[in-house]
Design a protein around this ligand. Structure first.
Ligand code: R5P
Length: 298
């Protein structure tokens, strides 16, 4: 097996390779003055199982295109198989037509992955469980929930006075799963309304009880609006401590700043998305997905 990484999250690629007692194979990514990329694998891959690590985080289009070129390079050089490790799958929220005239971006992504002959995709905490069905190539859908459960137990938050909360109705399946892993910990759900044109969110109310300690669980944090507003609502309803567990730290615009200044006590994310130093903040804790990915590759 040979592991290559695109430019979106090389530390994760290195960590996965380390877990497998391998070294990351070198790749040349040359950027022309006009922004086009030239990709060259610097190790032979003939008859090898090739793994490409490339979460498709912002700049999403660039990272997707790098992934496509890496896969193309591997297949043209005789790789036996190409597995794409895309822990964060960009464009997954546009998985159907919400308003007339829209593109189904995820469909375009799947078709392109297929045309560059990616054999398998490994991803984490997809926005809906329907996504693997849309994929015409095998997809392994993993979750960071067991990692979060481990941390919750380590912190001793798996007892009384604690409740889980989904910051929107769409997360109900996720919250039920983590509740089961925590011996049926009670859970609540925030009713969130999103303006489809602007993306702005509003919290309309809460279903379920508020405990002293609330654990918000979500798939991703992008602008931070959902978490900050859900936490504010929980605080107003009597929560004393609020911890957040979200798989993908997309942290677009001023999300880090909003979270740091919010009523949230700590934010746990994974390394599915590379968080640069300037986006780190004191309440942030990053847990690694590398051991789970390495296990899935063995
Ligand atoms: C929404 O349905 C997702 O589960 C996340 O809650 C959402 O994408 C987070 O986005 P933001 O941080 O921009 O509110």
């Amino acid at each position: 097996m040979k592991i290559f990484s695109g430019s979106s999250n090389k530390p994760l690629g290195e960590e996965i390779a380390t877990q497998l007692n391998l070294a990351l194979s070198p790749v040349e990514i040359f950027i022309f003055p006009d922004g086009e990329r030239r990709i060259r694998l610097e190790e032979t891959v003939l008859d090898e199982d090739v793994v490409i690590v490339q979460p498709t985080t912002p700049p999403t289009d660039t990272h997707y295109f790098e992934l496509f070129l890496l896969a193309d390079a591997a297949k043209r050089s005789g790789a036996k198989s190409v597995t794409a490790i895309v822990p964060y799958l960009g464009y997954q929220r546009q998985d159907h037509i919400f308003r007339d005239g829209e593109a189904v971006s995820l469909d375009v992504i799947v078709n392109t992955m297929q045309s560059v002959k990616i054999d398998k995709v490994i991803s984490f905490d997809l926005h809906t469980i329907k996504i693997p069905e849309i994929f015409s190539i095998p997809m392994v859908h993993l979750s960071a929930l067991p990692l979060f459960v481990e941390e919750i137990k380590k912190q001793g938050w798996d007892g009384l006075d604690t409740s889980l909360v989904s910051p929107d109705m769409g997360g109900i399946r996720r919250i039920k799963m983590i509740s089961e892993l925590l011996r049926d910990m009670p859970y609540a759900t925030v009713e969130k309304n999103r303006d489809l044109a602007t993306g702005n969110v509003e919290m309309a109310g809460l279903t379920g009880e508020v405990a002293q300690r609330m654990l918000i669980v979500d798939d991703m944090i992008s602008s931070g609006g959902t978490i900050v507003k859900a936490a504010k609502l929980l605080k107003e309803k009597g929560a004393k401590e609020i911890y957040v567990f979200a798989t993908h730290a997309v942290f677009s615009s001023d999300a880090s700043d909003l979270l740091e200044k919010s009523v949230v006590d700590r934010v746990y994310v994974t390394d599915s998305v590379f968080v640069p130093e300037e986006k780190k903040f004191s309440k942030l804790q990053i847990l690694s997905l590398a051991p789970s990915i390495a296990e899935a590759l063995q």
